[in-house]
Write a protein of this length. Structure first.
Length: 338
C-alpha cells in the first residue's frame, strides 16, 4: 500500500533507545512467530530482507515516499543489543518506535544490516523491485536519520552497539558490498567529499560522501570503534569486490559430553559461522533441531536438556558462514544418556 498522508515536518533524527522487541502483530511474546508467518506470505526471492519478510505492519506507515537524487551515504548503529538472536524483531521494534512513538511515519533508515550480514529494506518506497528507490531505481526515498539533511542522503544502520566493539565480519562485508552497489548506481565517489545541498530547503554541508552520523550531528553514532573503520571501508568500497565465497566452513573437534539426561555438544569451525545441532533417537527418521544461534563464531557450544535416560541418540552439528555456505558434520555421531 502507498500512504496518502505524511506527518508534520520536523527534526527527523535517529535516536538510540532501549527497545521492546515486538512481533509483527505488536505482541511482545510472538516476535519470531510474527517474522516467520510474514515470510511465508511474501513472494520476493531477492537476497534483501524486504519489509514483507521482516514483518512490517504497513498500517502504521503514514509518510508518503518522496524521492531525490542521492548525494551522500551515512552510516549508523542502532544502539541495540549485540548478539541479537532475532534481528527481524529488532527491526520491527525500531520501526514502531520511529514511526509511531517519534511520529516519523516510518522507519528512519533506508537500509539496515544485522550481525549475520543480512540486509533489510527500511524506508517504504513503493512496491517495485528497487528497495529505497523510485520505480526507475535512479532516485532515493527520503528517510529520517540525519535531522535537517535527509533528502538525497542514504542512511544505512548496522544493528547493535558499536561503541566499544567493531561490526562483525559479516556485517562489515555486507555494508561494503551495499555501499559499493549504491555509489556505482548513483555515480558517487566513495573516497571523496563534496558539498551536500538539501534539495528541499537549500541548506548545505561539506562532508565525506560516505560518512558517519557524527559527521552531521553531535552524537556517538555510529559508535567510536566502528567510526574509526570508515577510512578503511571507503578504501574497500573503492577497490575491487572480494571474490565470492563458495566454500563451506570446515568442522573439527566435535564432542558430546553427557550429564545424565543432558548433553553439551562442542565443535570448532575454520571461519565464523552459526551454531545449531540436529539430533534424534537411534532408529527415528526425523531430526530435532536446536534453536539457531545466528551469532558468527569459530567456537561452538550447544546444551541440550530433557533427553530420555539411558537412550542412544544420533547427532550432527550444522554451521553456516556469512556467505550462506552450509556445513554439516559427517559421519553421524552418537551419544548415550545416563
Amino acid at each position: 500500500m502507498r500512504a496518502t498522508t505524511r506527518p508534520t515536518r520536523g527534526a527527523r533524527a535517529a535516536i538510540a533507545v532501549t527497545l521492546l522487541v515486538v512481533g509483527a502483530t505488536g505482541d511482545a511474546s510472538g516476535a519470531t512467530t510474527g517474522a516467520t508467518s510474514a515470510q511465508a506470505g511474501c513472494s520476493d526471492t531477492t537476497e534483501i530482507v524486504t519489509r514483507c519478510e521482516w514483518g512490517a505492519d504497513e498500517t502504521i506507515m503514514t509518510w508518503a515516499p518522496e524521492f531525490y537524487a542521492a548525494q551522500k551515504l551515512t552510516v549508523h548503529h542502532t544502539a541495540t543489543s549485540n548478539g541479537d538472536v532475532d534481528p527481524a524483531a529488532t527491526v520491527r521494534a525500531i520501526y514502531r518506535y520511529q514511526a509511531v512513538d517519534l511520529g516519523f511515519g516510518d522507519i528512519g533508515y533506508q537500509y539496515l544490516i544485522d550481525e549475520n550480514g543480512r540486509v533489510y529494506e527500511g524506508r517504504y518506497s513503493g512496491d517495485d523491485s528497487y528497495p529505497a528507490h523510485d520505480p526507475t531505481g535512479t532516485k532515493v526515498v527520503t528517510a529520517a536519520h540525519v535531522a535537517g539533511s535527509n533528502s538525497g542522503n542514504i542512511g544505512i544502520a548496522l544493528l547493535g552497539t558499536l561503541t566499544s566493539v567493531d561490526a562483525t565480519i559479516a556485517a562489515r562485508a555486507a555494508l561494503e558490498q551495499l555501499l559499493r552497489e549504491l555509489v556505482t548506481r548513483h555515480g558517487i565517489s566513495s573516497q571523496g567529499a563534496s558539498l551536500y545541498v538539501n534539495p528541499v530547503n537549500g541548506t548545505t554541508r561539506d562532508v565525506a560522501n560516505i560518512s558517519g552520523h557524527r559527521d552531521w550531528a553531535a552524537t556517538e553514532c555510529p559508535g567510536g570503534t566502528f567510526y574509526a573503520q570508515l577510512p578503511a571501508i571507503r578504501e574497500a568500497v573503492a577497490g575491487a569486490p572480494p571474490p565470492t565465497d563458495t566454500a563451506a566452513p570446515l568442522i573439527s573437534g566435535v564432542t558430546a559430553v553427557v550429564n545424565n539426561s543432558n548433553v553439551s555438544v562442542r565443535w570448532n569451525t575454520d571461519e565464523a559461522s552459526t551454531t545449531r545441532v540436529q539430533y534424534r533417537r537411534t532408529g527415528v527418521a526425523t531430526w530435532t533441531a536446536t534453536a539457531l544461534d545466528n551469532r558468527l563464531t569459530i567456537a561452538h557450544t550447544v546444551a541440550i536438556g530433557g533427553l530420555a535416560r539411558r537412550t542412544t541418540y544420533e547427532y550432527q552439528v550444522v554451521s553456516v558462514d556469512a556467505a550462506g555456505n552450509v556445513a554439516t558434520s559427517t559421519p553421524v555421531r552418537t551419544f548415550k544418556t545416563a
